[in-house]
Design a protein around this ligand. Structure first.
Ligand SMILES: Cc1cc2nc3c(=O)[nH]c(=O)nc-3n(C[C@H](O)[C@H](O)[C@H](O)COP(=O)(O)OP(=O)(O)OC[C@H]3O[C@@H](n4cnc5c(N)ncnc54)[C@H](O)[C@@H]3O)c2cc1C
Ligand code: FES
Length: 508
């Protein structure tokens, strides 16, 4: 028998509500079957779709700033007037509805047509040909933004991957766990590229860049001229320097990597995860969901301590142990013999599938060959321009002057890569926009999301508000009294407020 769908929550907004019904300037209701969020901001009242277009986050629990609302889960930001996804990770707009006020009551009448995003003015130096090297977070977000801002010239996106741009974070989470189907992964359906006139060239390795001739050379012999070039080659997993690692030993970066792990994990009894990194431990959680016995071998004594500190490190270890993960800390794998791994301490582990998560290295070879200025990454200025005229860089390879930490930093975060791709796109069209977004990342372990804003490589104090063990906490990483970064578990609004405070130069 078909299950009856639960009716959407809150009042029927077509029948009218009073301003006194709002809580914290928001009111969640519905129009027919659709949940609609009313937001009061300044003198205006807006009605928008209640869910984020990224992963369906509840915007009613988000943060309203001026005429925009930020999603509590991964900090996407939407324009309340137009619904446009102003900031990644959401790329698609949310619906907007018409609001009428009569006799002191507010009525939502109908869904509005989505307005066309504003196009950027064409100037004499607007490029005709843009080439993007990389079909990942930054490359895709750039291509999408170029078309969103009305760029009418040619866009060629070259990727050595076999798959069109995918939602990479999902590869160590729901998709690997078997709880998300593969059709959730593409950032856009295949038809998008043709319809948007984005020439996506897959399985194509860019071998060299001639910055003087403004030309990209592909390994297949083809060459592409450009007026502006975006380098977004990302990072590649560090391989294990262990002899005789067989075909069941995997790294995890691409969809093909993930499919290969899933194939080996199907029917497997035991998995070995090497490295207690974010990717390693997320993979451990996903494999536990598949009911596979999971062992984690890592040289550190506490997982993730370097990034998140001892308290969250201990918490994450305990969380994984509660779910049955067995840790072998202070250990490394020194040899494989078929399916048997030998650890430094002499013990051995029989395993069906191995996931190596021992960090990544930015893919810098092309930038080096092109003669770009390098500093443990590709050096870019505040506008994401490299040292070569007309070449921009974004994502995992880019080291940019972060105005919040005051340092030139390079991070490996999905949202940062996408936002940099978007800013670089607008700048390639002449926007002169500084990249000043506060770095943000999230990580998911079982039902526990960790959100992190800011950037702290070192700190002298971690101030904890709430309970780490109770999964309800905010941790502030401070240096000389200044908050550099804020990590949180189930304190999404605090995380959004911390991001906003950092943007404003205030103490979060
Ligand atoms: C499994 C996994 C889970 C993750 N989870 C999270 C998370 O939860 N939260 C978070 O913040 N971050 C997460 N990350 C990190 C995040 O995915 C990266 O920071 C982000 O993808 C970086 O984007 P990018 O565009 O710089 O590089 P990528 O997304 O790696 O894209 C680079 C692209 O360049 C192509 N390429 C490279 N060299 C060449 C060449 N010479 N010629 C042609 N093409 C080339 C590659 O094939 C690829 O398409 C995760 C990463 C992985 C692997
Ligand atoms: S669900 Fe809204 S940003 Fe991810």
């Amino acid at each position: 028998m078909a299950q009856e769908q639960a009716p959407p929550s809150g009042p029927d907004l077509t029948k009218g509500v009073g301003i006194g019904d709002f809580v914290d300037d928001k009111l969640l209701g519905h129009v027919g079957d659709e949940e609609v969020l009313l937001v009061r901001s300044g003198g205006d009242i807006f009605a928008v779709g209640a869910h984020c277009s990224h992963y369906h986050g509840p915007l009613a629990e988000g943060l309203v700033t001026g005429a925009s609302v930020r999603c509590p889960w991964h900090h996407a930001c939407f324009d309340l007037r137009t619904g446009e996804a102003e900031r990644a990770p959401a790329l698609s707009p949310i619906d907007c509805w018409t609001v009428e006020q009569r006799d002191g009551r507010i009525f939502v009448t109908q869904k509005r047509d989505q307005p066309k995003p504003p196009a950027m003015a064409v100037k004499p130096d607007t490029p005709n040909k843009i080439v993007i090297v990389g079909g990942g977070a930054a490359g895709f977000a750039a291509a999408e933004m170029l078309r969103r801002r009305g760029f009418g010239g040619s866009i060629v996106m070259v990727s050595n991957d076999a798959a069109p741009p995918v939602d990479r974070p999902n590869l160590s989470k729901d998709y690997l766990a078997g709880s998300a189907p593969e059709d959730w992964l593409p950032l856009r359906p295949n038809e998008f590229y043709g319809a948007s006139k984005i020439d996506l060239q897959l399985n194509t390795e860019v071998a060299a860049i001639d910055a003087k001739q403004r030309q990209v050379r592909c390994a297949n012999g083809a060459s592409l001229d450009y007026d502006r070039l975006l380098l977004a080659t990302g990072a590649e997993p560090v391989r294990l320097p262990v002899p005789a690692a067989g075909p069941h030993v995997h790294t995890l970066r691409s969809l093909a990597d993930c499919r290969a792990i899933i194939a080996d994990a199907t029917g497997a009894k035991r998995a070995l995860v090497i490295g207690a990194s974010f990717i390693g431990l997320e993979a451990a959680a996903a494999l536990r969901t598949r009911n596979i016995e999971v062992h984690v071998v890592a040289p550190e004594t506490r997982p993730m301590e370097r990034v998140l500190g001892p308290q969250l490190g201990d918490f994450i270890r305990a969380l994984h142990e509660e779910h049955g993960v067995v840790f072998h800390l202070g250990e490394t794998v020194t040899a494989f013999d078929g399916r048997r791994a030998t650890l430094k301490g002499g013990s051995t582990l029989e395993t069906d599938v191995v996931v190596v998560g021992v960090g990544v290295r930015p893919r810098l070879a092309l930038a080096e060959q092109a003669g770009l200025a390098m500093d443990r990454g590709v050096v870019v200025d505040a506008y994401l321009r490299t040292s070569a005229a007309d070449i921009y860089a974004a994502g995992d390879i880019a080291r940019w002057p972060d105005p919040h930490s005051g340092a030139a930093i390079r991070v490996e975060h999905w949202v940062v890569a996408e936002r940099q791709g978007q800013t670089a796109a607008r700048n390639m069209l002449g926007a002169q926009e500084r990249f000043d977004a506060v770095p943000f990342f999230w990580s998911q372990h079982y039902d526990v999301p960790i959100n992190y804003v800011g950037h702290a490589e070192q700190w002298d104090e971690i101030a904890i508000d709430g309970s780490v063990a109770g999964k309800d906490c905010v941790l502030r990483y401070k240096s000389k009294g200044r908050v550099l970064a804020v990590a949180s578990i189930y304190r999404d609004l605090d995380s959004l407020k911390a991001e906003l405070a950092m943007e404003q130069g205030a103490t979060p």
